[in-house]
Design a protein around this ligand. Structure first.
Ligand code: XBP
Ligand code: MG
Length: 251
Protein backbone atom coordinates (compact mmCIF):
# COMPACT_ATOMS: atom_id res chain seq x y z
CA UNK A 1 0.00 0.00 0.00
CA UNK A 2 1.64 3.24 -1.13
CA UNK A 3 1.37 6.64 0.52
CA UNK A 4 0.84 9.71 -1.61
CA UNK A 5 3.96 11.88 -1.48
CA UNK A 6 3.88 13.78 -4.72
CA UNK A 7 1.29 15.38 -7.01
CA UNK A 8 2.27 16.34 -10.55
CA UNK A 9 0.03 18.83 -12.32
CA UNK A 10 -0.59 19.13 -16.01
CA UNK A 11 -1.03 22.76 -17.08
CA UNK A 12 -3.12 23.41 -20.18
CA UNK A 13 -6.69 22.35 -19.58
CA UNK A 14 -5.93 21.24 -16.00
CA UNK A 15 -4.68 24.28 -14.07
CA UNK A 16 -6.64 26.56 -16.40
CA UNK A 17 -8.68 26.39 -19.60
CA UNK A 18 -5.90 27.94 -21.64
CA UNK A 19 -6.41 26.28 -25.00
CA UNK A 20 -9.45 27.88 -26.67
CA UNK A 21 -9.06 31.48 -25.49
CA UNK A 22 -5.32 31.49 -24.84
CA UNK A 23 -3.10 29.30 -27.01
CA UNK A 24 -5.51 29.17 -29.98
CA UNK A 25 -5.90 32.95 -30.06
CA UNK A 26 -2.13 33.44 -29.72
CA UNK A 27 -1.42 31.07 -32.65
CA UNK A 28 -3.88 33.03 -34.80
CA UNK A 29 -2.29 36.35 -33.79
CA UNK A 30 1.14 35.03 -34.80
CA UNK A 31 -0.19 33.68 -38.11
CA UNK A 32 -1.86 37.01 -38.98
CA UNK A 33 1.20 39.02 -37.95
CA UNK A 34 3.45 36.88 -40.17
CA UNK A 35 1.03 37.19 -43.09
CA UNK A 36 -0.08 33.55 -43.14
CA UNK A 37 -3.65 33.11 -44.36
CA UNK A 38 -4.53 30.58 -41.69
CA UNK A 39 -6.88 30.75 -38.75
CA UNK A 40 -7.55 27.93 -36.33
CA UNK A 41 -11.23 28.13 -35.39
CA UNK A 42 -12.62 26.63 -32.19
CA UNK A 43 -13.69 23.21 -33.59
CA UNK A 44 -10.65 22.64 -35.80
CA UNK A 45 -8.33 23.58 -32.92
CA UNK A 46 -9.99 20.77 -30.96
CA UNK A 47 -8.82 18.33 -33.64
CA UNK A 48 -5.34 19.85 -33.69
CA UNK A 49 -5.01 19.26 -29.94
CA UNK A 50 -4.40 15.59 -30.65
CA UNK A 51 -0.91 16.81 -31.61
CA UNK A 52 0.86 17.90 -28.44
CA UNK A 53 3.29 20.81 -28.56
CA UNK A 54 2.78 24.06 -30.43
CA UNK A 55 5.65 23.65 -32.92
CA UNK A 56 4.58 20.08 -33.60
CA UNK A 57 0.98 21.28 -34.11
CA UNK A 58 2.05 23.86 -36.71
CA UNK A 59 4.20 21.23 -38.48
CA UNK A 60 1.24 18.84 -38.56
CA UNK A 61 -0.97 21.52 -40.15
CA UNK A 62 1.71 22.15 -42.80
CA UNK A 63 2.23 18.47 -43.53
CA UNK A 64 -1.47 17.88 -44.08
CA UNK A 65 -1.44 20.78 -46.56
CA UNK A 66 -3.49 23.34 -44.61
CA UNK A 67 -0.69 25.82 -44.08
CA UNK A 68 2.12 27.31 -46.17
CA UNK A 69 5.29 25.18 -46.13
CA UNK A 70 8.10 26.50 -43.92
CA UNK A 71 11.42 25.37 -42.49
CA UNK A 72 11.94 24.22 -38.90
CA UNK A 73 13.63 27.58 -38.16
CA UNK A 74 10.62 29.45 -39.51
CA UNK A 75 8.31 27.29 -37.42
CA UNK A 76 10.45 28.00 -34.36
CA UNK A 77 10.31 31.80 -34.92
CA UNK A 78 6.59 31.73 -35.62
CA UNK A 79 6.10 29.73 -32.43
CA UNK A 80 8.25 32.17 -30.45
CA UNK A 81 5.94 35.00 -31.58
CA UNK A 82 2.94 32.86 -30.62
CA UNK A 83 4.43 32.41 -27.14
CA UNK A 84 4.93 36.18 -26.83
CA UNK A 85 1.29 36.79 -27.75
CA UNK A 86 0.22 34.09 -25.29
CA UNK A 87 2.21 35.75 -22.53
CA UNK A 88 0.44 39.02 -23.37
CA UNK A 89 -3.00 37.41 -23.18
CA UNK A 90 -2.19 35.72 -19.89
CA UNK A 91 -0.76 39.01 -18.59
CA UNK A 92 -4.14 40.62 -19.21
CA UNK A 93 -5.44 38.16 -16.60
CA UNK A 94 -8.04 36.76 -18.95
CA UNK A 95 -7.53 33.06 -18.09
CA UNK A 96 -8.56 32.16 -14.53
CA UNK A 97 -7.62 28.94 -12.76
CA UNK A 98 -10.13 26.11 -13.03
CA UNK A 99 -12.54 25.59 -10.15
CA UNK A 100 -10.93 23.92 -7.17
CA UNK A 101 -7.35 24.12 -8.43
CA UNK A 102 -6.16 26.73 -5.91
CA UNK A 103 -8.03 25.03 -3.07
CA UNK A 104 -6.45 21.62 -3.76
CA UNK A 105 -3.00 23.07 -4.42
CA UNK A 106 -3.08 24.98 -1.12
CA UNK A 107 -4.34 21.92 0.77
CA UNK A 108 -1.61 19.71 -0.69
CA UNK A 109 1.08 22.34 -0.06
CA UNK A 110 0.02 22.79 3.57
CA UNK A 111 0.09 19.00 3.99
CA UNK A 112 3.73 18.93 2.86
CA UNK A 113 3.20 17.11 -0.44
CA UNK A 114 5.89 17.43 -3.06
CA UNK A 115 4.26 19.41 -5.86
CA UNK A 116 5.40 19.70 -9.43
CA UNK A 117 4.34 20.54 -12.95
CA UNK A 118 4.63 18.18 -15.93
CA UNK A 119 3.53 19.88 -19.13
CA UNK A 120 4.07 19.94 -22.85
CA UNK A 121 3.86 23.70 -23.07
CA UNK A 122 6.80 26.08 -23.40
CA UNK A 123 8.52 27.10 -20.11
CA UNK A 124 7.94 30.84 -20.63
CA UNK A 125 4.23 30.22 -21.30
CA UNK A 126 4.06 28.25 -18.04
CA UNK A 127 5.89 31.04 -16.18
CA UNK A 128 3.33 33.58 -17.40
CA UNK A 129 0.45 31.46 -16.14
CA UNK A 130 2.08 30.97 -12.74
CA UNK A 131 2.85 34.67 -12.39
CA UNK A 132 -0.51 36.03 -13.50
CA UNK A 133 -3.07 33.35 -12.65
CA UNK A 134 -1.56 31.44 -9.73
CA UNK A 135 0.79 33.85 -7.95
CA UNK A 136 4.57 34.28 -7.83
CA UNK A 137 4.89 32.30 -4.57
CA UNK A 138 4.18 29.16 -6.61
CA UNK A 139 7.54 29.44 -8.36
CA UNK A 140 8.95 28.28 -5.00
CA UNK A 141 6.11 26.04 -3.96
CA UNK A 142 6.41 23.82 -7.03
CA UNK A 143 9.53 21.74 -6.50
CA UNK A 144 9.90 21.11 -10.22
CA UNK A 145 8.59 22.83 -13.36
CA UNK A 146 9.03 20.22 -16.08
CA UNK A 147 7.99 21.76 -19.39
CA UNK A 148 8.31 21.73 -23.16
CA UNK A 149 11.45 20.58 -24.96
CA UNK A 150 13.26 19.59 -21.74
CA UNK A 151 12.50 16.02 -22.85
CA UNK A 152 12.70 14.87 -26.48
CA UNK A 153 9.33 13.08 -26.59
CA UNK A 154 6.22 15.00 -25.52
CA UNK A 155 3.00 13.51 -24.12
CA UNK A 156 1.61 10.87 -24.68
CA UNK A 157 5.18 9.63 -24.07
CA UNK A 158 5.92 9.19 -20.35
CA UNK A 159 9.17 11.18 -20.50
CA UNK A 160 8.02 14.44 -18.89
CA UNK A 161 6.55 12.61 -15.89
CA UNK A 162 9.66 10.45 -15.57
CA UNK A 163 11.84 13.56 -15.69
CA UNK A 164 9.76 15.31 -12.99
CA UNK A 165 9.85 12.24 -10.71
CA UNK A 166 13.60 11.94 -11.16
CA UNK A 167 14.08 15.59 -10.20
CA UNK A 168 11.92 15.13 -7.11
CA UNK A 169 13.41 11.78 -6.14
CA UNK A 170 10.02 10.07 -5.92
CA UNK A 171 8.79 6.92 -7.58
CA UNK A 172 5.64 6.23 -9.50
CA UNK A 173 3.94 4.29 -6.68
CA UNK A 174 3.86 7.41 -4.47
CA UNK A 175 2.95 9.92 -7.19
CA UNK A 176 -0.38 10.99 -8.64
CA UNK A 177 -0.96 13.02 -11.81
CA UNK A 178 -3.75 15.49 -12.52
CA UNK A 179 -4.62 15.66 -16.20
CA UNK A 180 -7.34 16.84 -18.57
CA UNK A 181 -6.71 15.05 -21.88
CA UNK A 182 -6.38 11.59 -23.40
CA UNK A 183 -2.78 12.27 -24.35
CA UNK A 184 -2.03 13.49 -20.82
CA UNK A 185 -3.66 10.42 -19.27
CA UNK A 186 -1.70 8.11 -21.59
CA UNK A 187 1.52 9.84 -20.59
CA UNK A 188 0.78 9.49 -16.86
CA UNK A 189 -0.32 5.87 -17.36
CA UNK A 190 2.83 5.03 -19.30
CA UNK A 191 4.88 6.49 -16.43
CA UNK A 192 3.01 4.17 -14.03
CA UNK A 193 1.15 6.92 -12.17
CA UNK A 194 -2.27 7.07 -10.61
CA UNK A 195 -4.24 9.75 -12.40
CA UNK A 196 -7.26 11.96 -11.80
CA UNK A 197 -8.74 13.55 -14.91
CA UNK A 198 -10.74 16.77 -14.95
CA UNK A 199 -12.28 16.90 -18.41
CA UNK A 200 -13.13 20.02 -20.39
CA UNK A 201 -15.16 20.74 -23.52
CA UNK A 202 -12.32 19.68 -25.81
CA UNK A 203 -11.55 16.42 -23.98
CA UNK A 204 -14.93 15.18 -22.69
CA UNK A 205 -15.27 12.41 -25.30
CA UNK A 206 -11.64 11.23 -25.22
CA UNK A 207 -10.55 7.83 -23.94
CA UNK A 208 -9.74 7.75 -20.22
CA UNK A 209 -10.12 4.02 -19.80
CA UNK A 210 -8.18 2.93 -16.70
CA UNK A 211 -7.89 6.39 -15.13
CA UNK A 212 -8.47 6.41 -11.37
CA UNK A 213 -11.13 9.12 -11.34
CA UNK A 214 -12.66 11.17 -14.14
CA UNK A 215 -14.66 14.24 -13.11
CA UNK A 216 -15.93 17.45 -14.67
CA UNK A 217 -13.87 19.60 -12.30
CA UNK A 218 -12.15 19.50 -8.91
CA UNK A 219 -14.96 21.65 -7.57
CA UNK A 220 -15.41 23.64 -4.39
CA UNK A 221 -17.21 22.60 -1.18
CA UNK A 222 -20.92 22.54 -1.96
CA UNK A 223 -20.50 22.43 -5.73
CA UNK A 224 -21.84 19.64 -7.92
CA UNK A 225 -19.10 17.67 -9.63
CA UNK A 226 -20.07 15.36 -12.48
CA UNK A 227 -18.41 11.96 -12.06
CA UNK A 228 -17.68 10.22 -15.39
CA UNK A 229 -15.62 7.30 -14.08
CA UNK A 230 -14.94 6.19 -10.53
CA UNK A 231 -13.41 2.70 -10.70
CA UNK A 232 -12.24 2.74 -7.06
CA UNK A 233 -15.76 3.49 -5.85
CA UNK A 234 -14.61 6.62 -4.10
CA UNK A 235 -17.38 8.14 -2.03
CA UNK A 236 -17.36 11.83 -2.51
CA UNK A 237 -19.96 14.49 -2.59
CA UNK A 238 -18.96 17.78 -4.07
CA UNK A 239 -15.32 18.60 -4.48
CA UNK A 240 -12.24 16.41 -4.85
CA UNK A 241 -10.01 16.75 -1.78
CA UNK A 242 -6.52 15.65 -0.80
CA UNK A 243 -8.08 12.82 1.24
CA UNK A 244 -9.66 11.49 -1.96
CA UNK A 245 -6.32 11.53 -3.76
CA UNK A 246 -4.69 9.77 -0.80
CA UNK A 247 -7.32 7.05 -0.80
CA UNK A 248 -6.81 6.44 -4.53
CA UNK A 249 -3.25 5.33 -3.80
CA UNK A 250 -4.46 2.43 -1.69
CA UNK A 251 -6.73 0.67 -4.15
C1 XBP B 1 -0.84 21.19 -23.96
C2 XBP B 1 -0.12 21.30 -25.23
C3 XBP B 1 0.63 22.52 -25.57
C4 XBP B 1 -0.24 23.75 -25.73
C5 XBP B 1 0.47 24.84 -26.49
O1 XBP B 1 0.09 20.99 -22.93
O2 XBP B 1 -0.12 20.34 -26.00
O3 XBP B 1 1.30 22.28 -26.76
O4 XBP B 1 -1.40 23.42 -26.49
O5 XBP B 1 1.66 25.17 -25.88
P1 XBP B 1 -0.29 20.30 -21.50
P2 XBP B 1 3.00 25.42 -26.71
O6 XBP B 1 -1.72 19.88 -21.51
O7 XBP B 1 0.68 19.15 -21.40
O8 XBP B 1 -0.03 21.36 -20.46
O9 XBP B 1 2.61 26.19 -27.94
O10 XBP B 1 3.86 26.25 -25.77
O11 XBP B 1 3.58 24.07 -27.02
MG1 MG C 1 -3.51 19.27 -20.65
Amino acid sequence: MATLKCILWDVDGTLADTERDGHRVAFNMAFAEAGYAREWDVPSYGELLKVTGGKERIRFDIERGDMTAMSDDQIASLHARKTAHYQGLIGEGRIPLRTGVRRLLEEAYRAGMKLGVATTTTPSALDALIEHSLGREWFDRFAVLAAGDIVPAKKPAPDIYQYAMQQLDVDSAETLALEDSGNGWKSAQAAGLRCVVTINDYTRSQDFDGADLVVSELGEPGSTVEVLANPHGLTHRGCVTLAHLQSLMQG
